[in-house]
Ligand binder design. Structure first.
Ligand code: NAD
Length: 645
């Protein structure tokens, strides 16, 4: 279970095409009557800025078109003087993250409300974070006043964003989503937003590369940018953002382009420590490996792939690694200077991150090889087995040594297995598979006795025994009188049921484990009488270790598990016209019935309704047999189901 705190930013978001027309009413909703219109003065946005001025009409009291990259404080102060001169009461900004940055910088100094009209996919408009540069040094701060009150997304404003800027800005948004997924602050809400953003970006970018005027793809990407921005505003970012911050601040590299180059490499660095995130990203993009898939996406849409092409000098790489690791910050994988230097070198050279090869064609070829199998069940089982084993091997990046270890393990299990020692059943039992098969096969009706696993010590055809006979032979222990009935689901006796009983001795051994023993002991076959009943003498079973001198025992000790089974007696009941029942009765109060996972019964075999009183008694016994001291009484009725029930 994960604990989390989720704070939703109180922004109002207007999304659509032609929504620029609604900016005036949004400014007025915030009480604005003296608006300052902010822009970056770029030629590309001149027409849109003019339109916005028209929409705002006489509300426009001041205009500032000098927003610049990285929000230099001297620019903010210039705008601030104008703002005060004109008694501005509301800020309206149109442009990319740089213009949004200026609006935020003014808002944090004046507490004025903001209406932001974003024209890129940076996502800054929905975060309470402001990055500013003072004397060339970038500083970052966060405050509620920084978060814009209203965001008006107008898809039409993005139609003219050139493809290169679309790509880098879109990948900037992708970076917010990816780092949100492995952030320690992630919540189910940010997870959902991030996965949706990754999916949409993976779809929209290739579509826009092929047709930049595709309005649907523009809308999808802008919506993804909003979701990714929400992630950025809600949770802390890791190595990728830190690196981009460092490269932008210390070496003057362009913001979105740097994000684009670095993202696949930061992901490759973090992949071993964040496999779940990588799997989610890979699934969302429909690729086998997330870092390589992101690199391929950038390559496909013509984005920059090397720091070299962004103008970073090779001699700056070590310094960049030093700056990026100077102060600790949360990141899935531990940050080492040499590790980050290696990452930066790969990014500088533009090397594709090495993901595992795409092995799906191989798996599908193996699956297709079963197509000729005429038994559909066999075909289904083999198909799923191949898929599961291939998936297991790929997901765990199995090394040849590990694979050989598994082969040796199974070989040894085979060698140690004899007629009386079944290592594969032990393996199945200790991995819980036997209990899964049992649960799927049996115990499906509420009014029949629960089943339990067969275990490795059943021997077919045990010797028949008379009612009331003693099956303990020469073994000593606390005498046990068992009085057993077999009925149908309604309680009517089942006569003629053949019941095999077997159990361990007081030391925890079955007869088949004791080579010097003469003949079957503590195992017998009874047939129920007209009342569905039989009785016998035995001894109280004790807890015992499953044989742990083989590979299964080594597996248990490797994971800190004990090999003990809770004390029990086995029953296999077979009556004509009834479903066979294989089960065990556990001694209430016995060892290994309770405890943490791995500390209870070693084969996961205990079911609550099979825990039974083996009642301590002294004095006369039911059949008059003289017993010194304590003996135990087991009275139990098995309810079995008819065939076809
Ligand atoms: P930007 O705002 O600097 O814009 C890049 C260029 O694209 C500019 O010349 C701009 O005029 C032009 N442009 C913008 N929209 C256009 C359009 N629709 N059509 C044609 N041209 C257009 O770049 P950006 O990538 O949007 O933002 C980067 C800045 O935002 C950085 O300073 C970064 O630190 C900041 N940022 C901050 C946050 C935050 O949460 N604080 C988040 C993301 C980015």
């Amino acid at each position: 279970m994960r604990s989390f705190v989720h704070t939703a930013g109180p922004s109002r978001v207007i999304f659509g095409a032609g929504t620029l027309d609604r900016v005036r009413e949004e400014a007025e909703r915030l009480g604005g009557s003296r608006v300052m219109l902010l822009s970056g003065g770029s030629r590309a946005l001149r027409k849109d800025t003019e339109r916005l001025r028209g929409v705002l009409g006489e509300l426009v009291t001041a205009e500032f078109a000098g927003a610049a990259m990285h929000t230099p404080v001297e620019v903010t102060e210039q705008a601030l003087r104008l703002l005060r001169d004109r008694s501005v009461d509301c800020l309206v900004a149109i442009g990319g993250g740089s213009t949004t940055g200026l609006a935020k910088a003014l808002a944090v100094r004046t507490d004025l409300p903001q209406v932001i009209v974003p024209t890129t996919y940076a996502g800054s408009e929905v975060t309470p974070v402001l990055g500013e540069t003072v004397d060339g040094r970038k500083t970052t701060r966060s405050a509620p006043a920084i978060l814009p009150e209203t965001v008006v997304y107008d898809v039409e404003l993005t139609l003219g964003l050139p493809v290169p800027a679309t790509v880098t800005s879109g990948i900037n948004a992708l970076a917010h989503a990816v780092e949100a997924l492995y952030s320690p602050d992630a919540t189910p809400v940010t997870d959902a937003m991030a996965v949706e953003a990754v999916t949409a970006i993976g779809r929209a970018l290739p579509a826009l590369h092929d047709d930049p005027t595709d309005a649907e793809a523009r809308a999808e990407l802008l919506q993804a940018a909003w979701l990714a921005g929400m992630c950025l505003g809600a949770v802390g970012m890791g190595l990728h953002h830190k690196l981009c911050h460092t490269l932008g601040g210390a070496f003057g590299l362009p913001h979105a382009e740097t994000h684009t180059v670095v993202l696949p490499h930061a992901m490759a660095y973090n992949a071993p420590a964040a496999p779940e995130t990588m799997e989610r990203v890979a699934r969302a993009l429909g690729v086998p490996d997330a870092p390589a898939g992101v690199f391929d996406l950038i390559h496909r849409v013509g984005g920059p792939t090397s720091l070299r092409e962004l103008g970073l000098s090779e001699s700056d790489l070590d310094r960049a690694a030093e700056l990026a690791t100077a102060q600790p910050y949360p990141n899935p994988r531990e940050l080492t200077r040499t590790g980050v230097a290696g990452l930066l070198r790969n990014a500088w050279q533009g090397r594709r991150p090495e993901g595992p090869p795409d092995l799906r064609p191989l798996t599908e070829e193996v699956v297709a090889s079963f197509a000729g199998c005429e038994n559909p069940r066999l075909r289904q089982l083999l198909t799923d087995l191949a898929r599961t084993l291939h998936g297991y091997t790929i997901r765990n990046d199995l090394t040849p040594q590990e694979w050989q270890f598994a082969i040796d393990f199974l070989t040894e299990a085979g060698h140690i297995t004899t007629d009386t020692r079944q290592e594969f059943i032990l393996l199945s039992d200790t991995l819980g598979v036997s209990s899964v098969v049992d649960a799927l096969t049996n115990s499906r009706t509420p009014d029949t006795t629960s089943s339990a696993i067969l275990g490795p010590f059943y021997v077919a055809g045990p010797p028949s025994a008379e009612h009331g006979s003693d099956i303990a032979g020469d073994f000593t222990g606390t005498p046990l009188w068992a009085d057993i009935r077999v009925t149908d689901r309604e309680g009517a006796p089942v006569p003629g049921a053949v019941v095999d009983v077997w159990q361990s001795n007081e030391e925890g051994f079955y007869d088949v484990q004791l080579p010097d023993l003469d003949g079957p002991v503590l195992r017998a076959r009874f047939t129920t009488d007209e009342d569905g009943r039989f009785t016998f003498w035995s001894i109280l079973p004790s807890e015992y270790p499953i044989p742990d001198d083989g590979p299964v025992g080594r597996m248990l000790s490797a994971v800190g598990r004990h090999p003990y089974r809770a004390p029990h007696v086995h029953f296999l009941i077979d009556a004509p016209g009834y479903q066979p029942l294989i089960t065990q009765l556990f001694v209430r109060g016995g060892a290994y019935l309770d405890g943490a996972p791995g500390q209870r019964d070693a084969v996961f075999g205990v079911k609550d309704d099979l825990i039974t009183d083996f009642v301590p008694r002294t004095g006369p016994t039911p059949d008059g047999r003289p017993v010194e001291g304590e003996w135990r009484l087991l009275e139990f009725t098995f309810h079995i189901a008819r065939l076809g029930d």
